[in-house]
Design a protein around this ligand. Structure first.
Ligand code: IPD
Ligand code: CA
Ligand code: CA
Length: 265
């Protein structure tokens, strides 16, 4: 059994502290659901508060490290080699609707390369973590991507562009192509958890376009350390494009080939 390194332990502690706060706020969101204005404001408070907790914990334990956080943006550190990538609440729309499926995602880059990741499934109290060459873990159980070899047997997860996002036509075309080739397609609403569940072998593959670096950073390390690939669909820089294809190669490669055939326009 592998133990998390001191830095990953710090990331796990920060996620635990933020999760406590999110659980509390989630209870209140459910009570506030009748109000239309309230929940939207409330969620941004929950986002910001969770981010504040994570930032405070991490910067105390690792002074000088830089940050890229969804709500605050980039915070430069004196240590130019390390940067945390933080999404304090991934799955805001679920959270807002009282749907108990959302996560906290904390990735770590060293010299611009993803090295470690923690994804916390807040309501299931599951903490996924991974570190380069140390494997991917759910608490102390080692994770492995699914063993299925054929696309036709695969259960695939994706992200549907939400209101205000571009790429809806392209997504529609991709979905109708993929639907014909796999067992089933799911949409759960938290990119970081989609990746964690691919790492755990609960889902065979994942694709989505237009994600932000904080959505993907931690989950990509999880999938890679669980023996899968997590890459940009077109072969570019994953964190720059945010177009992710992830899963074990026997499933993710043919899925990627299908997606590449769908015209962008
Ligand atoms: C969103 C979730 C969702 C994905 C969106 C993301 P947020 O993150 O990960 O699954 O489809 O593209 O923006 O806004 O809830 O942090
Ligand atoms: Ca997100
Ligand atoms: Ca978020």
């Amino acid at each position: 059994m592998s133990r998390p390194s001191p830095t990953v332990s710090v990331m796990l502690d920060a996620a635990r502290a933020a999760a406590k706060r999110l659980v509390r706020d989630f209870g209140e969101v459910e009570n506030l659901q009748v109000s239309r204005k309230g929940p939207a404001d409330f969620v941004s408070t929950a986002d910001r508060k969770a981010e504040e907790i994570i930032h405070e914990k991490l910067s105390k334990a690792r002074p000088g490290y830089g940050f890229l956080m969804e709500e605050t943006g980039a915070v430069e550190g004196s240590d130019k080699s390390h940067r945390f990538l933080v999404d304090p609440l991934d799955g805001t729309l679920n959270f807002l609707h009282g749907l108990p499926h959302f996560s906290i995602s904390i990735g770590l880059e060293r010299e611009g390369v993803l090295r470690a990741g923690v994804v916390c499934d807040v309501m299931r109290n599951e903490y996924f973590w991974a570190e380069t060459d140390q494997g991917a873990w759910l608490e102390n159980r080692r994770l492995k991507v699914a063993a299925r070899k054929k696309l036709v047997d695969a259960l695939v997860v994706t992200g549907i562009p939400q209101l205000g996002k571009s790429g809806k036509d392209r997504f529609g075309k991709e979905l109708s192509v993929v639907m014909e080739e796999v067992s089933g397609v799911r949409r759960h609403g938290s990119a970081a958890l989609d990746l964690a569940w691919v790492a755990a072998g609960r889902l065979d593959a994942y694709w989505e376009r237009g994600l932000a670096p904080w959505d993907i950073a931690a989950g990509a390390v999880l999938v890679r350390e669980a023996g899968g690939m997590a890459e940009d669909i077109s072969g570019g820089d994953l964190l720059a494009t945010g177009d992710v294809i992830a899963g074990p190669e026997p499933i993710a490669l043919p899925l990627r080939a299908l997606l590449r055939k769908v015209p962008a326009g």
